[in-house]
Design a protein around this ligand. Structure first.
Ligand SMILES: Cc1ncc(COP(=O)(O)O)c(C=O)c1O
Length: 508
C-alpha cells in the first residue's frame, strides 16, 4: 500500500457510514435484545394469533425519505416484529420442520454479514471458501460419505434437491440437455419417489423440463417406506413403454411421518437399472449423529447425491441447505459455464475452485460460517446427544398416547416426527364395531374435530402443531428438532390438546 496524500476528514460523511463508537452502541443494544429474547423464549406465546391487519397497522407504511434513529427501529423490531412472529425456537413449537437456531449461530450470521464475503470461489473469498470446503468435509465424515465427493451450501433442501436432480438429469440424459435442451431427448425421462416424498422433488422435475407427471409415485409399506416391489414394477413398466428411468429418490426422513426408506435396497435397484440415486436427507440427515438412528444410514455412501439441511436438525438458523455429489464431475457437467467474468485464471487447483460449478447460485452469502461455528463450538458429541434427546421426546409422546384412552398414534415414530389424533372414548368404541360406511362417517367427524383442535391450539399459543394426511386421515403432526424441548413439554402438549378438544366438545 502506498501512502496517499490528502486529508479525507473534511469530506462530508455519508449517513450510511456510521462511526465505530456508534457501531458498538447499536451492536450492544441488538445483542442485549437477542440475549433477552433467548432468555424469555420459553415464556412467550408460540404464536400471537394477530391478524395481518393488526400487524400491518403497527408498522409505519410510508416509504421513508429521511432516516430514523436506530433505537426507534430496534423498538419496532422488539414491539412488532418479535412480538407478532411465530417463535420457532420455543420448546413447544412442533410445526413443520423448523430449526430453533442458537445464539452462537445467530451471531455468526451477523459476523458473516459484516464481512459480506461473496463466496463464489476461492479467488473471491479465500478464507470463507476454505471454511466452507472444510465444513463440507466434516459433513461427509459425519455421514460416512466418500472423501472425494464434493458439496456446497445452498439456500435449503428444495434447492439441494433441485441441484441433485439437475446433476442426475445431465449425466443420465442420452443427449446434452445443458446444451441442446430437453427437446434433444427423445424418450420420456422418469424419476421414482415414494408417495411420502417431498413436493420439492416434483417441483424440481417441473423446473428441469422433466415434468412433474414424470415423477412416478411409488407405494409405501406399513411403515411408510418405499415399497421396493412397486418400485421395480414401475421401472419395468416404463421400460416396456419405451421411457427412460433415470433417477430414484430415497427419503431419509419423510416430512409427514419421518419414515426412512431402506437405502441399501433402493441402492440395489438403482445399480440394477443404472439409475442415479438421490437421497433427500433434508430432515433426517443429521440424525446419523444419534446412536439410535445410525442403523438407518447403512449404505448412504451408495447415493449419487444427498440433500441435507443444516437449518433443520443441525439447529442453525435459516438459510442453509447442503448438497453432496459422489461424482463431482457429474455436478460440474450440469452447472459449469463459460463466461469471461468468471473465467478462473489461477493454476493451483485449490485456487481455481469455484462453487458456481456445483449449484445454480453465483453470489452466495457465507453460510458455512454458522455451520463451522456450530460444529466447532459444540462438537459432534453434544449435537448427537441433543438429537437423541429429540428422538426420545417423540418416543415419550408415543408411549403417552398409547397408554391413553383418548388419543391414538397414526404412524410409528421413526425419528422425531409424531402423528396422532384425539379420539374420545365413545367414538373409539363405536369405531371398533362399525360398518365401513359408518367408520368413514366417524373418521370424517374425527378429521374435522382434530383440525379444529389444531387451529385452536395454534391460536392459544401455548404449543404449536401442524398437520399431515396419514392414510387419508387428518393427523395432528409434530416434529421435534429443538434442543430446548423436554419430556415435560410433551406432557404439556397432550394436556393442551386434551383441554382444547374438551372445550370444543362442550361447545357442540
Ligand atoms: C424431507 C424434506 N425435503 C425437502 C424439504 C425442503 O427443504 P427447505 O424447506 O429447506 O427448502 C423439506 C422441508 O421440510 C423436507 O422435510
Amino acid at each position: 500500500m502506498t501512502d496517499r496524500p490528502g486529508d479525507l476528514s473534511d469530506e462530508s460523511v455519508s449517513e450510511l457510514d456510521i462511526s465505530a463508537d456508534e457501531i458498538r452502541r447499536i451492536g450492544s443494544a441488538a445483542v442485549e435484545l437477542i440475549a433477552g429474547y433467548y432468555e424469555s423464549i420459553r415464556d412467550r406465546p408460540v404464536f400471537s394469533g394477530a391478524t395481518p391487519r393488526e400487524v400491518r397497522e403497527r408498522v409505519d407504511q410510508a416509504l421513508p425519505e429521511t432516516g430514523a434513529d436506530f433505537d426507534e427501529l430496534l423498538e419496532v423490531f422488539r414491539d412488532v416484529i418479535l412480538r407478532f412472529n411465530r417463535h420457532n425456537g420455543h420448546p413447544r413449537f412442533f410445526g413443520y420442520v423448523a430449526s430453533p437456531g442458537t445464539a452462537v449461530t445467530a451471531i455468526s450470521d451477523m459476523l458473516a454479514s459484516a464481512l459480506n464475503s461473496n463466496v463464489t470461489s476461492w479467488r473471491s473469498s479465500p478464507a470463507s471458501t476454505q471454511i466452507e470446503r472444510l465444513t463440507i468435509d466434516w459433513i461427509k465424515q459425519i455421514l460416512g460419505y466418500p472423501a472425494d465427493a464434493e458439496g456446497v451450501f445452498v439456500s435449503g433442501g428444495s434447492m439441494a434437491n433441485f441441484s441433485g436432480l439437475a446433476a442426475a438429469r445431465s449425466l443420465k440424459a442420452p443427449a446434452s440437455v445443458t446444451g441442446d435442451g430437453m427437446r434433444a431427448v427423445e424418450r420420456v425421462m422418469r424419476i421414482y419417489m415414494s408417495e411420502e416424498g417431498h413436493h420439492s422433488i416434483t417441483k424440481a422435475a417441473a423446473l428441469l423440463g422433466i415434468g412433474h407427471k414424470n415423477v412416478r409415485i411409488v407405494r409405501v409399506d406399513d411403515r411408510f417406506r418405499i415399497d421396493i416391489n412397486d418400485l421395480t414394477r414401475k421401472i419395468e413398466e416404463d421400460l416396456r413403454d419405451g421411457h427412460l428411468p433415470f433417477c430414484v429418490v430415497a427419503s431419509a426422513g419423510t416430512v409427514s411421518t419421518g419414515a426412512f426408506d431402506p437405502l441399501g435396497e433402493v441402492a440395489d435397484v438403482a445399480r440394477a437399472y443404472n439409475l442415479w440415486m438421490h437421497v433427500d436427507a433434508s430432515y433426517g440427515g443429521f440424525a446419523v449423529m444419534a446412536k439410535s438412528a445410525r442403523h438407518f444410514f447403512d449404505r448412504i455412501s451408495d447415493a449419487d447425491s444427498i440433500s441435507l439441511d443444516p437449518h433443520k436438525w443441525l439447529y442453525v438458523p435459516i438459510d442453509c441447505g447442503c448438497v453432496l455429489y459422489r461424482d463431482p464431475a457429474a455436478a460440474r457437467a450440469a452447472f459449469s459455464h463459460d463466461a469471461e467474468y468468471t473465467r478462473v485464471v489461477e493454476r493451483d487447483p485449490d485456487e481455481a475452485f469455484a462453487f458456481w460449478d456445483y449449484s445454480p447460485e453465483l453470489s452466495r452469502r457465507f453460510r458455512a460460517l454458522k455451520v463451522w461455528m456450530m460444529l466447532k463450538s459444540v462438537g459432534t458429541r453434544a449435537l448427537g446427544q441433543a438429537i437423541e434427546k429429540n428422538i426420545l421426546c417423540a418416543k415419550h409422546l408415543a408411549r403417552l398416547v398409547e397408554a391413553s384412552e383418548d388419543f391414538e398414534m397414526l404412524a410409528p415414530v421413526e425419528l422425531s416426527i409424531f402423528c396422532f389424533r384425539y379420539i374420545p372414548a365413545s367414538m373409539r368404541h363405536e369405531l371398533e364395531g362399525a360398518s365401513r360406511e359408518r367408520a368413514e362417517e366417524i373418521n370424517r367427524a374425527l378429521d374435522a374435530l382434530n383440525e379444529r383442535v389444531m387451529i385452536e391450539l395454534q391460536r392459544d399459543g401455548d404449543a404449536y402443531l401442524s398437520n399431515a394426511r396419514v392414510r387419508d386421515r387428518f393427523s395432528l403432526r409434530g416434529c421435534i428438532i429443538n434442543y430446548r424441548t423436554t419430556e415435560r413439554d410433551m406432557e404439556i402438549l397432550l394436556e393442551d390438546v386434551r383441554h382444547i378438544a374438551k372445550r370444543i366438545e362442550a361447545l357442540d
